[in-house]
Write a new protein. Structure first.
Length: 268
């Protein structure tokens, strides 16, 4: 069994940029971006907005691999995340058509009706107000513009209670993915189409490494603890279950995301 995780002295902590990287830079996240981003059906010359770009994982997929000559604005409220994304884009050569800006998704500094499409992925679950973010995205779309929202729908670790998992991952809105299609319709989007995306893994997590990260106040679990989303007892329980699963040879996890695609029906 694991010991109390709050006994070690805090270190530098986890920045939001590092948190986003941990959340969205894994192989199954990259695969999800690759498989779901074509739903936007980007066309040459379109203006695209990404809200909550983090380190630019989805931005890269849209800007570098869409095959369309698009113009893109990618925003995030964290300056470190934007700096990281901007540097990576420059280093990897896909920054020619992307403008990275520090901005709050609840208060977009754009006039009405300037983007042909808008996208956010794994943003609303951590947003202070998912409704405000979607409302602002709707406002800046042209009549007939498209919106693509990707959120976690179901996340299961073997033997882990759903409420416990939501706490240790720090999600303030763990069920927002179920609400997204209805929220889009209430905002005036028509033709709301939903597409599920499944990711199953039986590769065991490195529990020892996770415990060390929490003790050093780094990583997602430490972030949830430091922001009082969960207790040290919650994290101990979660990691003990993961270790038990490994000991019994049944380490598995399943994540289902929901992609909701809507079209703005504001009249021309």
């Amino acid at each position: 069994m694991g010991g109390p995780l709050t006994q070690a002295a805090p270190s530098r902590g986890t920045s939001r940029a590092e948190l986003v990287a941990e959340l969205c830079a894994g192989e199954h996240h990259i695969r999800r971006n690759r498989e779901l981003s074509p739903l936007l059906a980007l066309e040459e010359g379109e203006n695209i907005l990404e809200v909550g770009c983090g380190g630019g994982t989805l931005t890269e997929e849209l800007a570098a691999r869409s095959g369309a000559a698009i113009r893109m604005v990618a925003i995030d409220s964290d300056a470190n995340a934007i700096a990281s994304a901007r540097c990576r884009a420059a280093d990897e050569g896909w920054n020619h058509n992307v403008d990275f800006q520090v901005m709050d998704g609840r208060r977009l500094r754009f006039p009405d009706g300037v983007f042909d499409a808008a996208v956010c992925s794994r943003v609303l679950g951590y947003a202070k107000s998912p409704e405000m973010v979607l409302s602002e995205m709707a406002r800046v779309l042209v009549p007939g513009g498209r919106i693509l929202v990707v959120e976690e729908l179901i996340a299961v670790d073997a033997g882990v209670d759903d409420a416990l998992r939501a706490r240790v991952f720090g999600l303030p809105h763990p069920s927002v993915g179920r609400r997204v299609p209805g929220l889009l319709r209430r905002l005036g989007f028509s033709e709301v189409l939903t597409t599920p995306h499944y990711a199953f893994s039986n590769v065991p997590r490195d529990v020892k490494e996770l415990r060390e990260a929490v003790k050093n106040r780094t990583g997602l679990l430490a972030w949830a603890l430091d922001h009082q989303r969960c207790s040290s007892a919650d994290i101990d329980e979660f990691l003990d279950i993961l270790q038990s699963n490994q000991d019994e040879g049944v380490p598995w996890s399943l994540i289902v995301h929901l992609a909701a695609l809507g079209r703005n029906r504001r009249a021309l």
